[in-house]
Design a protein around this ligand. Structure first.
Ligand code: NAD
Ligand code: TDX
Length: 351
């Protein structure tokens, strides 16, 4: 299949693109603006690969989007490009509205024009646009209690989740109004190799390795439902293959943990891998809470499991151990980021 992936140089996008090309043999065109969050090193295994091409460009550019549809003629689109970090959305929301809302509209319009004008017969019947979103659109559950389902009401509470909620509504509107075969997934917190070290797990791993403070927001009891990024990538492929247009599938790893227990587990793993730096838990400290900090996210992935035949396969503790090991063994991937070098500079581009 020819698949257009937006945001393929990011954390989830790169895991997905590697899976699509190397494991499944698909032809992939990655469209990515190479923002600070991108790391082209994540796609290094595809250097020179005949089945992959990277286009450095912005999803908010309608001419570029139209050109890529016309020339690449995708059989499917998986749309992941987004501003993704909640803390950044609190200090600078504009980029989130721009990319997540306007950029999604641009991709939907380009897909609609192509779908209507260029596709016929089985090509048209089988075309899909998969919109990749988050469980944060559903707001916050009470501590220790309850799960989001496809029936949960939208209640976004941060600029990030509000922008993603808007993009979900646009995606569904393009299905209902124009008949574009859109499928939406809302996934819980991902973890795994190649995640930008601003998110909880990689940030705490790298701070612990360098003996820096491990800042836990508020009382540390907020809960997140963790899924390994490779389980998410497999879920997206299953959704593309079996998901029904117009439907929504909630994806999660059935691994709800409090933030403090995640940080303590990272410390315990590092105590085993790097006993000289331990005990790492001495570095843990509680800091001021995130404004509007959602208490609990938790997903019931029952519909995805039943309809798509997909199940999360990684236990959180095993997956976390592998992830900590990956960061310990791959400083070449994260050192340029920690040294504050611009993503484009890492690529040899100018800002
Ligand atoms: P990320 O921040 O690691 O990567 C985002 C990628 O999108 C980067 O490569 C960046 O360069 C690219 N991008 C940003 N703005 C762009 C633009 N205007 N044009 C083209 N490319 C642009 O994000 P991630 O964690 O991999 O998340 C990917 C998607 O999955 C997002 O849509 C996010 O909302 C969603 N999601 C993430 C999680 C999670 O836990 N990380 C969970 C559920 C859903
Ligand atoms: O230093 C920290 N200390 C801390 O206590 C950081 C960075 C986070 N936290 C807390 C806040 C959250 O309760 O840890 C939890 C996880 O934080 P993030 O990694 O920032 O993730 P979250 O806000 O839950 O959002 C993530 O999951 C859903 C992704 O960033 C989103 O893109 C995704 O949609």
């Amino acid at each position: 299949m020819r698949i257009l992936v937006t945001g393929g140089c990011g954390f989830i996008g790169s895991a997905l693109v590697l899976h699509l090309v190397l494991d499944l043999g698909h032809d992939v065109l990655t469209l990515d603006a190479l923002t600070y969050a991108a790391n082209p090193a994540s796609l290094k295994p595809l250097d020179g690969h005949s089945r992959h091409r990277l286009v450095h460009g912005d999803i908010c550019n309608p001419e570029l989007a139209a050109e890529l549809f016309a020339n690449f003629r995708p059989e499917a689109v998986i749309h992941l490009a987004a501003e993704s970090h909640v803390d950044r959305s609190i200090t600078g929301p504009a980029a989130f509205i721009w990319t997540n809302v306007l950029g999604t509209q641009v991709m939907l319009e380009a897909a609609r024009a192509y779908y209507m004008a260029e596709l016929t017969g089985p090509e048209k019947e089988n075309f899909r646009l998969l919109h990749v979103s988050t469980d944060e659109v559903y707001g916050s559950l009470p501590l220790g209690d309850g799960f989001f389902t496809e029936q949960s009401c939208y209640n976004p509470r941060s600029p990030y989740s509000a922008s993603k909620a808007a993009s979900d509504h646009l995606a569904r509107a393009w299905h209902h109004t124009y008949g574009l075969p859109v499928v939406v997934t809302n996934c819980s917190n991902n973890y795994g190799p190649r995640q930008f070290p601003e998110k909880l797990i990689p940030l705490q791993i790298l701070n612990a390795i360098s003996g820096k403070a491990l800042a836990v927001y508020g009382d540390g009891l907020n809960e997140r439902d963790w899924i390994h990024v490779e389980d998410h990538a497999r879920a997206l492929v299953a959704t593309l293959e079996k998901g029904r247009p117009g439907e929504t599938y909630l994806l999660g790893g059935r691994s709800v943990r409090s933030n403090i227990s995640v940080v303590q587990t990272i410390c315990a793993i590092l105590d085993r891998l790097r006993p000289d730096g331990g005990p790492h838990a001495r570095l843990i400290g509680f800091v001021a809470d995130r404004p509007g900090h959602d208490r609990r996210y938790a997903i019931d992935p029952g519909k995805a499991e039943t309809e798509l035949g997909w199940h999360p396969s990684r236990s959180f503790e095993d997956g976390l151990e592998d992830t900590v090991r990956w960061y310990v063994e791959n400083p070449d991937w994260w050192r340029p980021i920690r040294e504050g070098r611009y993503a484009g500079e890492r690529l040899g581009l100018t800002a």
